[in-house]
Write a protein that binds this ligand. Structure first.
Ligand code: NAP
Length: 283
């Protein structure tokens, strides 16, 4: 895989540092992004540019996709100039976006019929982990294809684990993001409760961060709340989407129902801000 020509689709908050990481590792990369202006930074670092997803797959051996949601995946595969329109064969296509297990299974079947291979490989971690190649990657798909692709994925993540057949990576990711929503809402509620009763945010965070409950998420998001900085590292609209996907897969536990409702309600006001802006909704 080290000599493979890599194609990259999706240059958003995650796609830019992740593709940059592969460039740094010495891979030859060609990129495509719907909004063409975002391709220029990667071009300056040495990446090639493809006009369409169909052109990209013709020029490369292994294609990685990091876009928003099921709708974007539909457009990239099934659009007029989409991947499936190219009639390419023997390509490995890795979808690292957080999407539904159902769309991964559907697209995997379509790829297989053409003689291509699909892995779902969503990630845990955010922009900082993407910049440092420290993501956690959960993979669904054929074991042999996974082993072929693993050396490339290992440049992006500190852990790359296959959890089952196509769609299983997406299911694992929905479970992880359900827990993420619990953490975000839990931290927000503890701060709101403490503040209401005269305890400062600073003091509460100092206590939590020094206790057994301290964790990286609480530290980073606690600082964001202290600085009133809700610039999105992980936009709230994405967790609202993930909880809709989890609900469609059967999430109906007590906390699951609660976070689903909270984040759907918060989305219209705070969707473009960071996940931790849920504290403003709770306040
Ligand atoms: P983002 O900054 O919003 O970027 C989204 C990307 O998807 C952009 O390249 C966008 O193209 C493309 N896109 C959206 N709709 C499209 C369509 N219909 N056709 C073609 N391209 C389309 O998102 P992100 O934060 O990088 O997240 C990407 C994925 O990773 C999401 O599934 C998210 O849930 C997941 N994720 C994010 C984080 C995080 O912390 N940000 C962490 C883990 C997982 P344009 O530039 O043209 O809009």
């Amino acid at each position: 895989m080290n000599n493979s020509k890599i194609g990259w689709i999706g240059l958003g908050k995650m796609g830019i540092p992740m593709s940059g990481q592969l460039l740094k590792a010495g891979f030859s990369i060609t990129v495509f992004n719907r909004s063409k202006e975002k391709e220029q930074d990667l071009k300056a670092l040495g990446a090639g540019i493809a006009d369409t997803p169909a052109d990209l797959i013709q020029q490369t051996d292994l294609i990685i996709i990091m876009v928003s949601d099921d709708k974007a995946i539909d457009a990239i595969f099934k659009g007029d100039q989409g991947i499936l329109s190219a009639g390419a064969i023997n390509k490995i296509i890795i979808n690292m976006s957080t999407v539904s297990p159902a769309i991964s299974r559907e697209i995997a079947d379509l790829c297989k019929k053409q003689g291509n291979y699909y892995l779902d490989a969503p990630v845990s971690g955010s922009v900082k982990q993407a910049e440092e190649g420290q993501l956690v990657i959960m993979v669904g798909g054929d074991d042999e294809i996974f082993h072929n692709a693993k050396p490339v994925l290992e440049k992006l993540g500190k852990l790359t684990l296959r959890v089952g057949e196509n769609g299983a990576g997406n299911t694992a990711k929905l479970a992880v993001n359900t827990l993420l929503a619990f953490h975000a809402q839990g931290l927000a509620e503890a701060i709101v409760f403490a503040n209401k009763n005269g305890i400062s945010t600073d003091d509460l965070l100092t206590i939590v961060n020094n206790s057994a409950l301290g964790n990286v998420f609480g530290k980073i998001k606690g600082e964001a709340i202290m600085n009133d900085n809700y610039q999105p590292a992980f936009a709230l609209k994405h967790i609202a989407k993930d909880l809709r996907l989890a609900k469609a897969e059967g999430l109906d536990t007590p906390l699951g129902k609660t976070v689903f409702q909270t984040f759907q309600e918060a989305e219209s006001a705070f969707g473009e801000q960071d996940i931790i802006s849920v504290i403003k909704q709770i306040r």
